[in-house]
Design a protein around this ligand. Structure first.
Ligand SMILES: [Zn+2]
Ligand SMILES: [Zn+2]
Length: 150
């Protein structure tokens, strides 16, 4: 007989509150607990994922839907931040290039994502390609000067 699991009813882990024991056991013999998320969903969680300690193994602190939402939000935020930085950097690069490159390059979108946003195929970040060209880029196609040289 496996030892009786520690009673966790009522314990709170992040958004989850333990509401009842489950009959399910992990391969290692740990029990599962049914937990109610603050959003109202329930999720069956193995007891070794319910912890307040920070560990390598990820603790579970919300239902599947909430964790999916949190991940998407985090990814979007990160992408937005990175894209904003890219655009800011491109603006700075281009400011330093006024008069040194064709004016129409400076009217192109700032980044690949910016070009897609406004439905244009070329963009100019004011950066040099690996072959040392200062040139606009084509979305998905890389440096225009490189393409011409091929
Ligand atoms: Zn939830
Ligand atoms: Zn090039």
């Amino acid at each position: 007989m496996p030892s009786k699991p520690r009673d966790r009813l009522g314990e709170v882990y992040g958004r989850l509150t333990v509401v009842r024991a489950s009959d399910r056991r992990t391969a290692a013999g740990n029990c599962y607990w049914w937990c109610r998320c603050s959003c109202g969903n329930e999720r069956e969680v193995p007891s070794d994922s319910l912890s307040h300690r920070l560990r390598k193994k990820k603790n579970i602190t919300e239902c599947i839907e909430c964790s999916r939402e949190l991940t998407t939000e985090a990814v979007c935020d990160k992408n937005d931040r990175e894209e904003n930085l890219r655009r800011k950097q491109a603006q700075i690069n281009r400011k330093n290039l006024v008069g040194k490159v064709p004016d129409q390059w400076l009217k192109l979108p700032l980044t690949d994502a910016h070009a897609r946003e406004i439905g244009v195929k070329k963009f100019f970040r004011g950066t040099y390609c690996l072959n040392g060209h200062l040139s606009p880029y084509r979305i998905n196609g890389g440096c225009l000067a490189c393409n011409r040289a091929e």
